[in-house]
Design a protein around this ligand. Structure first.
Ligand code: GLY
Length: 370
């Protein structure tokens, strides 16, 4: 039996792509190496949807993707939630970027200029105005910016919702399916698993996050993706409002259900997973400067994840071969959760032979053949 479409990777991107294809009537199976949420970057991520706050550290092509994804997000999550009856934690309160000293204030001026160039609405906040939005902010805050379009979603909930929506749309998920090799022969792809089994598929989408370059695709040089480790803390209490708080050094994402997420380090340490005390210390030190109440919160979890960083900072989304039988959707670095809806839309357009206006900027063939 030959299936129509095999998606390799059951992280946020693989599931979003699988769900989009399944709901559009394609036969899809998503193959996840571990269990969903066990090792993927989204299971660690804070879930900020932050096109404005990250505009000056993001390549313009990726910001263009983020803006389109942002436009899609409200309808996308509403559809997934109504299909499954489960919450995603999507919250549009907004983000307050705060300054803690004169250097930070000057940095906010540059950030505001960068945001205005792209057309974002931002508003300067006095200390009092910032604290009115997020009463948990402490006296060290000297001013801020309100980014009303920088939202959040809960990535762990979103993974669960995507699995449910994939199944409801007729797609399948197989966990514990580590891919050994993908070969072409007799007019289809053969995906071989480490357990010795294999499936035939007319089309394969590789969405294996930071592991994408380790999926062996014979004849195609590895994509220039590497793991950049992030350490993220989960604290067992909420802040006083659901406004996300950022300083130039740390971000703090409050959830309504008694959780506060503090992130994140960016460490070039290959595949080493153990969090380092120094990283945890920096996150706590910087977050409690803005939010002294953090001192009193239980430290519920220290987690590390591997962001799929790519050389030019622009994800790879689209076909690798001329007939669009082999596609890739990877290299989203800090923005996998944020770019999930636009990635799913781009893959669907490629599979259905449509032209998406953003496709040329994310063409996986831009690094040469692979
Ligand atoms: N999206 C934020 C991070 O990667 O830390």
């Amino acid at each position: 039996m030959t299936i129509e479409c095999a998606v390799v990777g059951g992280g946020i991107i693989g599931l979003a792509v699988g769900e989009e294809l399944a709901r559009s009537g394609h036969e899809v199976v998503v193959y996840e190496r571990d269990r969903v949420g066990e090792t993927c970057a989204a299971a660690v991520a804070a879930g900020m949807l932050a096109p404005a706050a990250e505009v000056d550290t993001t390549p313009p092509a990726t910001t263009a993707l983020a803006l389109e994804s942002h436009r899609l997000y409200p309808e996308w999550v509403a559809r997934l939630e109504s299909l499954t009856g489960l919450p995603t934690g999507f919250d549009r309160s907004g983000t307050v970027v705060v300054a803690l000293d004169a250097d930070d204030l000057r940095e906010l001026v540059h950030l505001e200029e960068a945001q205005r160039r792209v057309g974002f609405e931002t508003r300067r906040l006095s200390r009092e105005e910032a604290r009115a939005l997020q009463p948990s902010l402490g006296p060290a805050v000297v001013g801020g910016l309100l980014l009303s379009h920088d939202w959040q979603v809960d990535p762990r909930r979103l993974l669960t919702v995507l699995v449910g929506a994939l199944r409801r749309s007729g797609g399948r998920l197989e966990e514990g399916r580590a891919v050994e090799r993908i070969d072409w022969g007799d007019g289809c792809w053969r995906v071989r698993f480490r357990d010795g089994e294999a499936v035939a598929a007319r089309r394969v989408v590789v969405a294996a996050g930071a592991w994408t370059r380790h999926v062996p695709l014979p004849g195609i040089p590895p994509f220039p993706i590497r793991p950049v480790r992030g350490t993220v803390l989960r604290l067992g209490a909420s802040l006083e409002s659901t406004y996300v708080v950022r300083t130039p050094r740390v971000y703090v994402v409050p959830r309504a259900h008694g959780e506060t997420v503090v992130g994140a380090t960016a460490e070039e340490r290959g595949w080493a997973r153990e969090a380092l005390a120094g990283g945890v210390f920096e996150l706590l030190k910087e977050s409690r400067r803005a939010l002294p109440c953090i001192d009193e919160m239980p430290l519920a979890e220290v987690a590390t994840g591997f962001r799929p960083a790519i050389r030019d900072g622009v994800p790879l989304i689209g076909p690798v071969d001329d007939a669009a039988t082999l596609l890739v959707a990877a290299g989203h670095y800090r923005k996998g959760v944020e770019l999930a809806p636009i990635t799913a839309a781009l893959v669907r357009a490629a599979v259905e032979g449509g032209e998406h206006p953003l496709a040329p900027t994310v063409d996986p063939r831009r690094f040469g053949r692979g």
